[in-house]
Write a protein that binds this ligand. Structure first.
Ligand code: AMP
Length: 187
Protein backbone atom coordinates (compact mmCIF):
# COMPACT_ATOMS: atom_id res chain seq x y z
CA UNK A 1 0.00 0.00 0.00
CA UNK A 2 1.27 3.40 -1.00
CA UNK A 3 0.08 6.11 1.38
CA UNK A 4 1.03 9.78 1.48
CA UNK A 5 0.95 11.75 4.72
CA UNK A 6 0.32 15.38 3.89
CA UNK A 7 0.36 18.31 6.27
CA UNK A 8 2.28 21.34 7.46
CA UNK A 9 5.51 20.94 9.41
CA UNK A 10 4.61 20.05 12.97
CA UNK A 11 1.27 18.48 12.03
CA UNK A 12 2.27 15.02 13.30
CA UNK A 13 3.16 13.20 10.07
CA UNK A 14 6.35 11.73 11.48
CA UNK A 15 4.83 10.42 14.71
CA UNK A 16 1.78 8.99 12.98
CA UNK A 17 3.81 7.67 10.06
CA UNK A 18 5.94 5.57 12.40
CA UNK A 19 2.86 4.03 14.04
CA UNK A 20 1.09 3.40 10.78
CA UNK A 21 4.16 1.82 9.21
CA UNK A 22 4.48 -0.60 12.10
CA UNK A 23 0.82 -1.46 11.95
CA UNK A 24 0.79 -1.99 8.18
CA UNK A 25 4.16 -3.72 7.99
CA UNK A 26 5.52 -1.36 5.35
CA UNK A 27 8.38 1.10 5.81
CA UNK A 28 7.93 4.76 6.60
CA UNK A 29 10.07 6.87 4.32
CA UNK A 30 10.74 10.50 5.20
CA UNK A 31 12.74 12.60 2.75
CA UNK A 32 13.57 14.95 5.65
CA UNK A 33 15.29 12.09 7.50
CA UNK A 34 17.10 10.94 4.36
CA UNK A 35 18.31 14.47 3.71
CA UNK A 36 19.42 14.99 7.33
CA UNK A 37 21.34 11.71 7.08
CA UNK A 38 23.09 12.92 3.92
CA UNK A 39 23.95 16.24 5.59
CA UNK A 40 25.44 14.45 8.56
CA UNK A 41 27.55 12.19 6.34
CA UNK A 42 28.69 15.20 4.30
CA UNK A 43 27.80 13.54 1.00
CA UNK A 44 27.73 15.82 -2.08
CA UNK A 45 23.93 15.69 -2.02
CA UNK A 46 23.87 16.54 1.69
CA UNK A 47 26.23 19.46 1.25
CA UNK A 48 24.00 20.84 -1.52
CA UNK A 49 20.81 20.32 0.50
CA UNK A 50 22.03 21.77 3.78
CA UNK A 51 21.78 25.47 2.94
CA UNK A 52 18.16 25.11 1.84
CA UNK A 53 17.19 23.10 4.89
CA UNK A 54 18.72 25.45 7.43
CA UNK A 55 16.78 28.34 5.90
CA UNK A 56 13.51 26.42 5.89
CA UNK A 57 13.41 26.31 2.09
CA UNK A 58 12.59 23.29 -0.02
CA UNK A 59 15.52 21.38 -1.43
CA UNK A 60 15.29 21.66 -5.26
CA UNK A 61 13.02 19.16 -6.99
CA UNK A 62 15.75 17.52 -9.08
CA UNK A 63 17.66 16.52 -5.94
CA UNK A 64 14.58 15.26 -4.10
CA UNK A 65 13.11 13.47 -7.12
CA UNK A 66 16.42 11.61 -7.47
CA UNK A 67 16.08 10.48 -3.86
CA UNK A 68 12.45 9.46 -4.36
CA UNK A 69 13.37 7.50 -7.43
CA UNK A 70 15.97 5.59 -5.46
CA UNK A 71 13.51 4.88 -2.65
CA UNK A 72 10.65 3.74 -4.87
CA UNK A 73 13.00 1.56 -6.89
CA UNK A 74 14.38 -0.19 -3.82
CA UNK A 75 13.33 -3.64 -2.71
CA UNK A 76 12.07 -2.42 0.65
CA UNK A 77 9.45 -0.29 -1.11
CA UNK A 78 8.18 -3.22 -3.18
CA UNK A 79 5.03 -3.78 -1.10
CA UNK A 80 4.37 -0.15 -0.42
CA UNK A 81 5.55 2.68 1.80
CA UNK A 82 4.23 5.39 4.02
CA UNK A 83 5.46 8.63 2.44
CA UNK A 84 6.20 11.20 5.10
CA UNK A 85 7.19 14.66 3.93
CA UNK A 86 7.00 13.95 0.23
CA UNK A 87 5.77 14.80 -2.28
CA UNK A 88 5.97 18.48 -1.35
CA UNK A 89 5.51 20.06 -4.79
CA UNK A 90 3.34 19.27 -7.79
CA UNK A 91 6.49 18.26 -9.73
CA UNK A 92 7.33 15.74 -7.01
CA UNK A 93 3.76 14.42 -6.98
CA UNK A 94 3.93 13.87 -10.73
CA UNK A 95 7.26 12.09 -10.30
CA UNK A 96 5.73 9.77 -7.68
CA UNK A 97 2.86 8.99 -10.08
CA UNK A 98 5.22 8.24 -12.91
CA UNK A 99 7.54 6.06 -10.81
CA UNK A 100 4.71 4.08 -9.25
CA UNK A 101 2.94 3.65 -12.56
CA UNK A 102 6.09 2.15 -14.00
CA UNK A 103 5.86 -0.47 -11.26
CA UNK A 104 2.17 -1.14 -11.80
CA UNK A 105 1.26 0.63 -8.56
CA UNK A 106 -0.41 3.88 -7.54
CA UNK A 107 -0.99 6.13 -4.56
CA UNK A 108 -3.98 4.68 -2.74
CA UNK A 109 -4.66 7.16 0.04
CA UNK A 110 -3.49 10.64 0.94
CA UNK A 111 -4.09 11.63 4.55
CA UNK A 112 -4.17 15.35 5.25
CA UNK A 113 -3.44 16.39 8.85
CA UNK A 114 -5.34 19.49 9.86
CA UNK A 115 -3.68 21.56 12.60
CA UNK A 116 -4.02 25.32 13.04
CA UNK A 117 -0.96 27.51 12.57
CA UNK A 118 -0.62 28.60 16.20
CA UNK A 119 -0.46 25.01 17.38
CA UNK A 120 2.09 24.11 14.67
CA UNK A 121 4.45 26.86 15.83
CA UNK A 122 4.01 25.81 19.45
CA UNK A 123 4.86 22.19 18.64
CA UNK A 124 7.92 23.02 16.58
CA UNK A 125 9.31 25.44 19.12
CA UNK A 126 8.61 22.88 21.82
CA UNK A 127 10.62 20.17 20.13
CA UNK A 128 13.47 22.46 19.05
CA UNK A 129 15.69 21.67 22.03
CA UNK A 130 14.66 18.03 22.04
CA UNK A 131 15.49 17.12 18.47
CA UNK A 132 18.29 19.59 17.95
CA UNK A 133 17.08 20.45 14.47
CA UNK A 134 18.80 23.44 12.95
CA UNK A 135 15.53 24.43 11.25
CA UNK A 136 13.39 24.65 14.39
CA UNK A 137 14.40 28.28 14.94
CA UNK A 138 11.57 30.88 14.91
CA UNK A 139 12.79 32.28 11.62
CA UNK A 140 13.10 28.94 9.83
CA UNK A 141 9.75 27.82 11.24
CA UNK A 142 8.04 30.89 9.80
CA UNK A 143 9.66 30.23 6.44
CA UNK A 144 8.71 26.54 6.47
CA UNK A 145 5.07 27.40 7.09
CA UNK A 146 5.15 29.95 4.30
CA UNK A 147 6.74 27.44 1.93
CA UNK A 148 4.12 24.86 2.89
CA UNK A 149 1.30 27.27 2.04
CA UNK A 150 2.86 28.30 -1.27
CA UNK A 151 4.35 25.10 -2.62
CA UNK A 152 2.82 22.11 -0.84
CA UNK A 153 -0.77 23.15 -0.10
CA UNK A 154 -1.65 22.97 -3.85
CA UNK A 155 -1.28 19.19 -3.50
CA UNK A 156 -4.47 19.15 -1.44
CA UNK A 157 -6.52 20.00 -4.52
CA UNK A 158 -4.34 17.78 -6.71
CA UNK A 159 -5.31 14.71 -4.65
CA UNK A 160 -8.82 15.84 -3.75
CA UNK A 161 -9.70 15.99 -7.44
CA UNK A 162 -8.50 12.45 -7.74
CA UNK A 163 -10.84 11.40 -4.94
CA UNK A 164 -8.16 9.86 -2.73
CA UNK A 165 -7.79 12.63 -0.14
CA UNK A 166 -8.82 11.92 3.45
CA UNK A 167 -8.76 14.94 5.73
CA UNK A 168 -8.43 14.39 9.48
CA UNK A 169 -7.91 16.57 12.52
CA UNK A 170 -4.36 16.34 13.84
CA UNK A 171 -5.42 17.69 17.23
CA UNK A 172 -5.62 15.30 20.18
CA UNK A 173 -3.49 12.61 21.77
CA UNK A 174 -1.21 10.46 19.62
CA UNK A 175 -3.62 7.55 20.13
CA UNK A 176 -6.67 9.56 19.14
CA UNK A 177 -5.06 10.82 15.95
CA UNK A 178 -3.77 7.30 15.19
CA UNK A 179 -7.35 6.01 15.33
CA UNK A 180 -8.42 8.69 12.83
CA UNK A 181 -5.56 7.67 10.57
CA UNK A 182 -6.71 4.05 10.56
CA UNK A 183 -10.30 5.10 9.87
CA UNK A 184 -9.06 7.21 6.97
CA UNK A 185 -7.16 4.23 5.56
CA UNK A 186 -10.25 2.03 5.80
CA UNK A 187 -12.56 4.64 4.30
P1 AMP B 1 10.99 17.57 7.32
O1 AMP B 1 11.82 16.71 8.23
O2 AMP B 1 10.04 16.77 6.49
O3 AMP B 1 10.33 18.69 8.03
O4 AMP B 1 12.01 18.22 6.28
C1 AMP B 1 13.04 19.08 6.70
C2 AMP B 1 13.59 19.88 5.55
O5 AMP B 1 14.12 18.99 4.56
C3 AMP B 1 12.56 20.71 4.81
O6 AMP B 1 12.32 21.96 5.41
C4 AMP B 1 13.22 20.84 3.45
O7 AMP B 1 14.28 21.77 3.48
C5 AMP B 1 13.83 19.47 3.25
N1 AMP B 1 12.88 18.52 2.63
C6 AMP B 1 12.35 17.40 3.18
N2 AMP B 1 11.54 16.76 2.32
C7 AMP B 1 11.53 17.52 1.19
C8 AMP B 1 10.88 17.42 -0.06
N3 AMP B 1 10.03 16.41 -0.33
N4 AMP B 1 11.12 18.39 -0.98
C9 AMP B 1 11.97 19.40 -0.74
N5 AMP B 1 12.61 19.57 0.43
C10 AMP B 1 12.40 18.64 1.38
Amino acid sequence: MYVILLGAPGSGKGTQGARLAKRMGVPQVATGDLLRGAVKKRTPLGIKAEAYMTQGLLVPDDIVIGLIEEVLGSRRAANGIIMDGFPRTVAQAKAVDRLLQARGARVETVILFDVEQEELVKRMLGRAGELGRSDDTPEAIRKRLEVYADETAPLVEFYRERGILQEISGIGSVGTVARRVLEAIDA
